[in-house]
Design a protein around this ligand. Structure first.
Ligand code: UD1
Ligand code: UDP
Length: 363
């Protein structure tokens, strides 16, 4: 059985790594790995292949950055000949990025079965590009693998037949559990002069937060206060770096001596940074899940989440971008009022094995 597996952007790499390992351990599946090239910087792409032991992609489409329409169309144009040439039994896509929907559409239009890993997540916010990608990908998928009960409920509500939907746990957490010990060896704290438990980690890259200087300015209002108390280490996404560099906010960021901008870091260094942090401030999807497993307080700088289990039983609080709310959540953590988190069901490091078992049975 031949399966083409698609990756494109940073969060896809952690999701595909355990699947590639599980295919190898099982018999009967011939995986082909396609990288669309949506992300291409060494620190947004190749570093993760090396650190996570992901095999070299069989094919790199090299599409790079562009507007949504151009990027999605370029991926589709370059992916179609790959599917035609390799004639796979299925195409597997992960997550919710443009590469996910672009390759999903190509597959189903060629009559190839589509598998979606991390299906059913919904923020309910259709202004978010990823929400459109999620809804569309799920509506054309043949097998849908969910990480949490909300995913199954959402798909049921949208009329996806129950026999296509499986709750299997979380492949991103497979990667975390597998790499935790290795990450403990990382020297990033020494390199950055940080002491365990005495700093915060920040990541920001959602267009709604970083493309609008007014919103980013409000987040900076809160950071200005927090960084006076606690150093904040900020591995900055290229989108955000570009936006700040070209805006009137650059001076404010530079003036914050407690806010340390660094280049994006590799997976192992990032895991070390988050697992030793006092708290994490983020608008990332995956980091809400990782902090839940790590039991590190997570202040999510968004008005909603597509991963509600992290806020219901995990260590996550959805705070938004109002500076007062951010500062008050920060104080709750510092004052020790943060809720103890629990680990969601099936987030046990074996999601990829479950997926491969189901694929072997079903395809
Ligand atoms: C993409 C995903 C988002 C995901 C994020 C993870 C979509 C619609 N968005 O957002 O869901 O959370 O990846 O990080 O698919 N750039 C570089 N180097 C790179 C990659 C990007 O400099 O290697 C810069 C370019 O200026 C580019 C911008 O970042 O225009 C945005 O990249 P893009 O892939 O379009 O979206 P992300 O914001 O990274
Ligand atoms: N991550 C990383 N280095 C960084 C920032 C994030 O390795 O400098 C990892 C993080 O641990 C998680 C993933 O990248 O596994 C999350 O990706 P991102 O926030 O870019 O995307 P999202 O999850 O929001 O789609």
């Amino acid at each position: 059985m031949k399966i083409i597996n698609v990756v494109g952007a940073r969060p896809n790499f952690m999701k595909i790594a355990p699947l590639m390992a599980a295919y190898k351990a099982a018999s009967g599946i011939q995986p082909i790995l396609v990288h669309t090239g949506q992300h291409y910087d060494e620190r947004m792409s190749d570093l993760f292949f090396r650190q996570l032991g992901i095999p070299e992609p069989d094919i790199n489409l090299g599409v790079g950055s562009a507007s949504h329409a151009v990027q999605t169309a370029e991926i589709m144009k370059s992916f179609e000949p790959v599917v035609l040439e390799h004639k796979p039994d299925a195409v597997l896509v992960v997550g919710d990025v443009n590469s996910t929907i672009a390759c999903g559409l190509v597959a189903v239009k060629l009559g190839v079965k589509l598998i979606h890993v991390e299906a059913g997540l919904r923020s309910g916010d259709r202004t978010m590009p990823e929400e459109i990608n999620r809804v569309l990908t799920d509506s054309i998928s043949d097998l849908l693998f969910c990480t949490e009960p909300s995913g199954v409920d959402n798909l049921k509500r949208e009329g996806v037949p129950a026999e296509k939907v499986f709750i299997v746990g979380n492949v991103m957490i497979d990667t975390l559990l597998k790499n935790k010990e290795k990450a403990d060896e990382s020297k990033i704290l020494d390199e950055q002069g940080l002491k365990s438990g005495s700093y915060a980690v920040l990541t920001l890259h959602r267009p709604a937060n970083v493309d609008d200087p007014a919103v980013l300015g409000r987040i900076l209002d809160a950071l200005e206060v927090i960084q006076q108390d606690l150093p904040i280490v900020f591995p900055i996404h290229p989108r955000t770096r570009k936006n700040i560099a070209g805006s009137s906010l650059a001076g404010r960021v530079k003036a914050m001596t407690g806010l340390r901008l660094i280049d994006p870091v590799g997976y192992l260094d990032f895991l070390k940074l988050t697992s030793s942090a006092r708290l994490v401030l983020t608008d990332s999807g995956g980091i809400q899940e990782e902090t839940t497993i790590l039991k590190v307080p997570c202040i999510t700088l968004r008005e909603n989440t597509e991963r509600p289990v992290t806020a219901e039983i995990g260590s996550n609080q959805i705070v938004g971008t109002d500076p007062e709310k951010i500062i008050s959540a920060y104080r709750e953590v510092i004052d020790g009022h943060w809720r103890e988190s629990r680990i969601p069901d099936l987030w046990d490091g074996h999601a990829a094995e479950r997926i491969v078992e189901i694929l072997t049975e079903r395809l």
